[in-house]
Design a protein around this ligand. Structure first.
Ligand code: GDD
Ligand code: MN
Length: 389
């Protein structure tokens, strides 16, 4: 069953239309559904209007007397919902109910477990938005960029399998319960289904300055959620930094204490640095597994394969690093004639070799990170393209 959760605050004029359109769409598409209205005791009597419709439609009306807030209302509605598929949408008809069957299709096809109604994918859009609202929406999306690649992370219109949020601790703070689920939810595939956002006909938006401030602190806290790419990258760099000490330490141990230097400087260093490289890679692998990517896979065969994959990525990255350095040095005359003031400053501060090394290190760090994230510890939430039908 599909449960459609609609938080309301002073929406009495919109409710009859909304209910009619939702159940018409459900009927026409033979979808079994219920509507869960979560009203925060609106002074305009929204709850009463909703209650009166209960006799004709499958509706639950929840009235909260001591709480206010869109996100907490949505969570409350999801908890009380009976369906195995949940949808959250606004009451003001900004989110057209006619899109619901398309969203549900993606879940029924097992194409995705989370579907975001999106204004920013082809076919989606915004009807008559003021410049100010467009800019606010764009900025808000940009701020969410480090935690998700979803094109419309601000969407208040989304559908999910109940499992996606089971056992997940959702913070009802702020307006953006959708973003919270995008970041924290347990799903493998996400689809964005286009829709055209319509302006409300009645009543007014509750989006004010306080909501914006709330959003900023919410987004910032999500930056440090364990699944955010940004936070994982910081951890990955920290692990790499510690790995340097392991490398140096093991090198010193075998070269000086276990007397591999007895083989002479060149050969002794070759042996020692190979051993310390192995130690550092193993250390990095282990720490990235349990801490950076919090990968719980413990089967021995899986771990062995994963470990060799990690080593392969590290060696591949080393090869790329060597190629970059070599190419940049070989063709330095070609690119140095184009370099701007910033590059000139760096080169004069560092020397051209160190500058080239620095570029290579930065690129290879990224290669290493994304290789580890998507090849070695792949458990990523994938955004899939909706299928044509
Ligand atoms: N229960 C409850 N409590 N519901 C609330 C509250 C509250 O405190 N505040 C707002 N709502 C309900 C409204 O009645 C409406 O159904 C829905 O939440 C959205 O509120 P609006 O005031 O219409 O929000 P908006 O149009 O400014 O923002 C919408 O569009 C944004 C995209 O730009 C929302 O969908 C946002 O989530 C979305 O980001
Ligand atoms: Mn609205």
């Amino acid at each position: 069953m599909l449960s459609i959760i609609v938080p309301t605050y002073n929406e009495k004029e919109n409710i009859p239309q909304l209910v009619k359109r939702i159940f018409k769409v459900l009927d026409e598409n033979k979808i079994e559904g219920e509507l869960v209205i979560v009203d925060d005791n609106s002074p305009d009597g929204t709850a009463k209007v909703a209650e009166d419709l209960k006799s004709s439609y499958n509706i639950q009306v929840i009235v909260r007397k001591n709480e206010r807030g869109l996100s907490s209302a949505a969570i409350k509605g999801m908890e009380s919902a009976k369906g195995d598929v949940l949808c959250v949408m606004d009451a003001d008809l900004s989110h057209p109910p006619e899109v619901l069957p398309k969203m549900l299709k993606h879940i029924q096809n097992e194409e995705a477990e989370l579907v975001i109604g999106s204004r920013h994918v082809p076919g989606g859009g915004i009807e008559n938005w003021t410049m100010k609202r467009k800019i606010v929406s764009k900025c808000a999306s940009l701020i969410a960029r480090p935690v998700t690649k979803v094109k419309d992370p601000m969407s208040g219109f989304f559908m999910l399998k109940r499992e996606v949020i089971e056992g997940v601790e959702l913070k009802p703070k702020g307006y953006k319960i959708g973003l919270e689920i995008i970041v924290k939810g347990n799903y493998e595939h996400l689809v964005e289904e286009p829709y055209v956002f319509k302006n409300r006909a009645y009543g007014e938006s509750k989006l004010g300055a306080k909501v914006v401030k709330n959003y900023l602190s919410h987004a910032l806290s999500l930056y440090f959620h364990k699944d955010s790419s940004f936070y994982q990258f910081l951890k990955f760099c920290a692990v790499g930094g510690l790995g340097i000490f392991v490398d140096l330490g093991v090198f010193s141990l075998v070269y000086y204490s276990f007397f591999l230097n007895a083989y002479g400087q060149i050969t002794g260093t070759l042996y020692s640095q190979t051993i310390s490289f192995g130690a550092a890679v193993t250390f990095n692998y282990a720490l990235n597994k349990v801490w950076t990517f919090q990968d719980k896979e413990r089967r021995k065969s899986k771990v062995t394969k994963q470990y060799f994959m990690f080593v392969a990525v590290a060696l591949g990255a080393w090869l790329i690093r060597t190629l970059i350095i070599d190419t940049m040095l070989t063709y330095q005359d070609a690119w140095s004639s184009y370099k701007g003031p910033l590059v000139n400053l760096f080169v004069s501060l560092l020397s051209i070799e160190r500058f080239v090394l620095l570029i290579a290190i930065i690129i290879v760090m990224l290669v290493n990170f994304f290789g580890s994230k998507y090849l070695v510890f792949k458990r990523e939430k994938r955004i899939v393209k909706p299928s044509e039908n």
